[in-house]
Ligand binder design. Structure first.
Ligand code: PEP
Ligand code: MN
Length: 362
């Protein structure tokens, strides 16, 4: 068995700064044996920086396994002592914060079902006052960046200095390929608003299944995420919660070994020169697009004037439907997704209607 000294505060800082930061462990702590074996198998991969395990589980329906509770905390303490892996646990109430800190949990995380509720986040924040512990904040279950920001602000106001973000996807109605739709743009928006905060991806809760975890994790890497939180279990099919999405530590090792971590900046001069040229092309094309859009709206103004003189409505549904179906065909040939073409045409159409409306109202 690999035995190292428990991490000190300084080494937690080192772990916090490591890129990519890899957090893994079971959805739930189930038994002491399972926690210890998980930690040993994960540390043996040589690729995991922190052990996660849910102690209190927020379950969708009552009667499901709701976590082993406080009695699991000494198991984590022991796992840390025996492997040197710092540990992280989800907290949702003041009492849970108190217990987690008492048992020297190194990093706390706030789950998606807690981030969504300002009362709960405030309770956790109040309990954290004066504590020197890093906190990771998952996105809320609903696609609301403001609510995510609100949770960050509450925790920051409590005096917590090290705050990180976890993107675990958003609930949607109906069946999709994902358990929680990633809606990458929302996480990117959050990252842009908090440029100094680490953003890690939790592909396990996004995917809800094992076979797509690599793909989503690679996308996170391509989008310059700072790390991953991936659920792993020594016997995934027998896991007491989230069995379908958990992977063995050895599969985790394979996945982590396959992901390509790209750099944001490459400093070689040649690379910079080529990139600069391509960026100039992009800038030039963007300028042209803006000019063309301006011209397009001038024509819309003329149409508006003409419709006004002849007392015709602005919106002509048939004409619009034919424009959009032609656009899909053309877009497909040009390699533009239907989603993008729809958004683009909707935006142009709306601007055009606003221009015409202004003329009509004059
Ligand atoms: C978890 O990490 O096991 C968990 C409950 O996640 P989330 O808050 O993202 O649902
Ligand atoms: Mn889980």
């Amino acid at each position: 068995m690999q035995t190292t000294e428990p991490k000190t505060k300084e080494t937690i800082m080192d772990v916090w700064k490591k890129r990519p930061l890899i957090i893994s462990g079971p959805c739930s702590a189930e038994t002491e044996e399972q926690v210890l074996q998980s930690a040993q198998q994960l540390v043996a991969t040589g690729m995991v920086d922190m052990l996660r395990a849910g102690i209190w589980k927020p379950r969708t329906r009552p009667g499901m396994f709701e976590g082993i509770g406080t009695k699991g905390l000494p198991w984590l303490q022991r796992a840390k002592k025996e492997t040197g892996l710092p540990v992280t646990v989800e907290v949702a109430t003041a009492k849970q914060v108190e217990n987690a800190l008492h048992f020297e949990v190194d990093v706390l995380w706030i789950g998606a079902r807690t981030t969504v509720n300002p009362f709960s986040v405030q309770e956790v924040a109040d309990a954290l006052k004066g504590a020197d512990v890093p906190v990771l904040i998952k996105n809320p279950v609903n696609p609301d960046v403001e609510l995510w920001m609100g949770a960050v602000e509450r925790i920051a106001k409590a005096g917590i200095k090290l705050i990180g973000l976890i993107h675990r996807g958003f609930s949607t109605f109906g069946n999709t390929d994902f358990r929680n739709s990633p809606m990458w743009h929302l996480a990117i928006e959050m990252k842009l608003r908090n440029p100094d905060m680490m953003m890690i991806c939790d592909p396990s809760h996004i995917c809800g299944r094992r076979d797509t975890i690599l793909e989503v994790a690679q996308q996170a890497s391509d989008l310059h995420y700072d790390g991953l939180m991936i659920e792993s279990h020594i016997d995934p099919d027998k896991a007491w919660s989230d069995a379908k999405q958990q992977i063995t530590p050895s599969r985790l090792k394979e996945i982590l070994g396959t992901i390509i971590w790209r750099r944001e900046d490459a400093s070689s001069e040649e690379f910079q020169a080529v990139l600069e040229k391509l960026r100039q092309q992009i800038n030039h094309l963007d300028d042209e697009l803006m000019k063309l859009l301006g011209q397009r709206m001038k024509v819309a103004d003329l149409i508006g004037k003409y419709k006004k003189e002849n007392n015709i409505t602005i919106l002509q549904t048939n004409r619009w439907n034919s424009i959009i179906s032609n656009a899909f065909k053309k877009g497909e040939k040009l390699g533009l997704s239907k989603e993008f073409v729809t958004k683009y045409y909707d935006a142009v159409h709306m601007e055009s209607i606003n221009h015409q409306k202004k003329i009509m109202d004059e």
